[in-house]
Design a protein around this ligand. Structure first.
Ligand code: FE2
Length: 279
């Protein structure tokens, strides 16, 4: 075999290997995080399913592959952290999804930039409410889960018009400062992960975000994401668990692969957070 032929074969093998690796990294993943807190009564286990950045994408017939995965995770709470709907595509995927999960657990939602961009904003919020979704626009609620009082807070997306975002320091101070006195387990839902320094000024135990889509292009162990909106190139908060002292931040890599930059080594993901009583 000539040297040229060997090179061509080697090139084809490497190219096929890369395509194969990209393909196996494309299937929807379930990522589970396990947390402990002394703020829950003994033997409590709370299962949270985190849905972020669905952008009304449809997974298979009638959204059933996605719905079935959520059912199997047996959630006590479902969090929807923004960009569930999209200003550029019909709402069908989200409507199918919500009708399939609405009876599983209470659903709490905050807006993302793509809902804020929508000309049909109020109509879409009504649509979410019609499935029993609780919208938390710069607000918090107290609720009981398995005999434990917990606090679930939500921060509205700061989008005004690209690239201008709202300064939220005043509204956060007005809404969340009073929570410092509270001893319950406190969770904040907010679409944007890169504003975490601001969130950390308050006494939340858990912060959940989306928005970054995993940084679109990832190389295992080498590149933690190439680009994320509002973070630019080589972003920090692309997906995973970030520990800030006693506060845990979990960023979802999102459920949509419809962006202009393809997702490489960056499968869409369904996040499950299991919070147990403990240290
Ligand atoms: Fe977003």
């Amino acid at each position: 075999m000539t040297r040229k032929k060997k090179r061509v074969i080697a090139f084809i093998v490497i190219a096929l290997l890369i395509v194969y690796m990209i393909m196996i990294y494309r299937n929807l993943q379930i990522r589970v995080y396990r947390l402990e807190t002394p703020l829950l009564s003994e033997n409590t286990v709370i299962r949270i399913v985190l849905i972020s950045d669905l952008h009304s994408q449809i997974y298979g017939k009638d959204q059933s592959p996605l719905i079935e995965k959520v059912i199997k995770l047996e959630p006590d709470l479902i969090f929807l952290t923004g960009d569930i709907l999209d200003d550029r595509v019909p709402d069908t995927g989200t409507l199918l999804f919500l009708s399939g999960v609405k009876d599983l657990a209470p659903m709490y939602y905050v807006t993302g930039n793509h809902e804020r961009m929508s000309r049909r904003f109020e109509e879409r919020m009504e649509l979410l409410r019609s499935f029993g979704v609780v919208i938390l626009p710069d607000a918090y609620i107290e609720t009981e889960v398995k005999g434990n009082e917990i606090i679930i807070a939500g921060l509205d997306d700061p989008y005004i018009s690209w690239p201008v975002d709202k300064d939220q320091s005043e509204i956060m101070e007005k809404t969340f400062r009073e929570l410092d006195q509270r001893k319950e387990y406190k969770i904040l839902l907010a679409h944007r992960p890169e504003r975490v320094e601001q969130y950390l000024e308050y006494s939340f135990n858990l912060i959940v975000n989306g928005h970054s889509h995993g940084g679109q292009v990832r190389i295992p162990l080498i590149l933690n994401g190439l680009y994320a909106p509002n973070q630019g190139f080589f972003p920090k908060y692309t997906g995973g668990l970030y520990k800030h002292g006693g506060t845990m931040q979990i960023v979802s890599r999102g459920l949509s692969d419809m962006e202009k930059i393809p997702r490489i080594f960056n499968p869409t993901e369904l996040v499950c957070i299991i919070v147990k009583s403990g240290k």
